[in-house]
Design a protein around this ligand. Structure first.
Ligand code: SF4
Ligand code: SF4
Length: 302
């Protein structure tokens, strides 16, 4: 089997501000704010200390609304890292030109999310995507994604044809309700087979407990308040501490997954999840428990 090396990555939630209010957004209930300047400094201290080149993905909210966005990109690149981002692509072309200037070949990828209920000028969005595809650095990956609902299926098929016909990648995203992926009627399932975001099909009904997974070691998420977590699914070794109070401690070795479900394809897309390598429940417990207890004791002593 083809096993790819993990791509060392951080996902950094830089803002919860957004100019859209999508009906399926899990961020809308959150207080809207940017990552504080103090936390920005702490994250950049951390990235300066990391070995080798990491991929830092900036997410929101809408990351272009984050007031330190360009300073952060410039610093990360100076430190030798790459950046990527997910955006609703409502920004003007001049912002995207500034992004090209600031990142050059170190912009690893951009994912433009199309939100049909919020995008007033659909043709303008499509034209911007075509412009981006033809002006980006050749090494920058670009994909347009959109959340599929039964009632927008026909319109998204049209968008798919407009974009793919002109060389832009398009992927459907399975809708989640209360954190759970939903199924569609058979004819829609049949149509979107192979057209969903990478690894979404694999994570859809995958039972992940005991799976060998490198999150916490080579992948982690930094949240707006400075907390650092292993991935997206709560489990005994989910929280890795906080950058705000200096308690962040990544793993020093691989820890198997102890979540029943793996609900986000991002870690898998970074080659963190070894799908076919699972430990038995006893071996999983034997690997996880000592680390869990060590962290609990350290927490009590702080
Ligand atoms: S664009 Fe993204 S962050 Fe903003 S409301 Fe929509 S789903 Fe939420
Ligand atoms: S839920 Fe997925 S990403 Fe998280 S530890 Fe388990 S397998 Fe890894």
């Amino acid at each position: 089997m083809d096993i790819k090396a993990p791509i060392k990555s951080i996902e950094w939630e830089v803002t919860s501000r957004c100019n859209y209010k999508c009906e399926y957004c899990f961020q809308v209930w959150k207080e809207t704010k940017d990552c504080s300047s103090e936390l920005v400094d702490k994250v950049l201290e951390l990235t300066a200390s990391l070995d080798g080149r990491w991929l830092v993905k900036l997410i929101g909210g809408e990351p272009f609304l984050f007031r330190h966005f360009f300073r952060v990109c410039e610093t990360l690149i100076k430190q030798g890292h790459q950046v990527s981002l997910t955006s609703n692509f409502s920004c003007g072309q001049s912002v995207l030109e500034k992004l090209f200037d600031c990142t050059g070949a170190n912009l690893e990828g951009v994912s433009a999310s199309l939100h049909l209920s919020q995008t007033k000028d659909l043709q303008g969005f499509i034209d911007k995507c075509l412009w981006f595809e033809h002006n980006k650095h050749p090494d920058t990956g670009f994909v347009v994604t959109s959340v599929l609902k039964e009632d927008n299926f026909e319109q998204l098929k049209w968008v798919e044809n407009e974009l793919c016909g002109k060389g832009v990648r398009f992927q459907y995203q399975r809708i989640k309700i209360d954190g759970k992926y939903q199924s569609y009627p058979a004819e829609i399932e049949e149509y979107v087979k192979g057209k969903l975001s990478s690894n979404e099909d694999k994570t859809f009904q995958y039972s992940s407990f005991g799976t060998k997974c490198y999150t916490g070691l080579y992948f982690f998420r930094i949240l707006l308040n400075g907390s650092v977590v292993r991935c997206y699914n709560g489990q005994p070794l989910f929280k890795l501490g906080s950058l705000s109070d200096g308690s962040f401690k990544p793993f020093t070795k691989m820890m198997p997954c102890t979540s029943k479900k793996c609900t986000c394809p991002t870690p898998a897309n970074r080659n963190m999840v070894m799908w076919d390598k699972k430990y038995s429940p006893i071996v999983t417990a034997a690997r996880v428990l000592p680390e869990y207890l060590k962290r609990k004791i350290a927490e009590k002593l702080r």
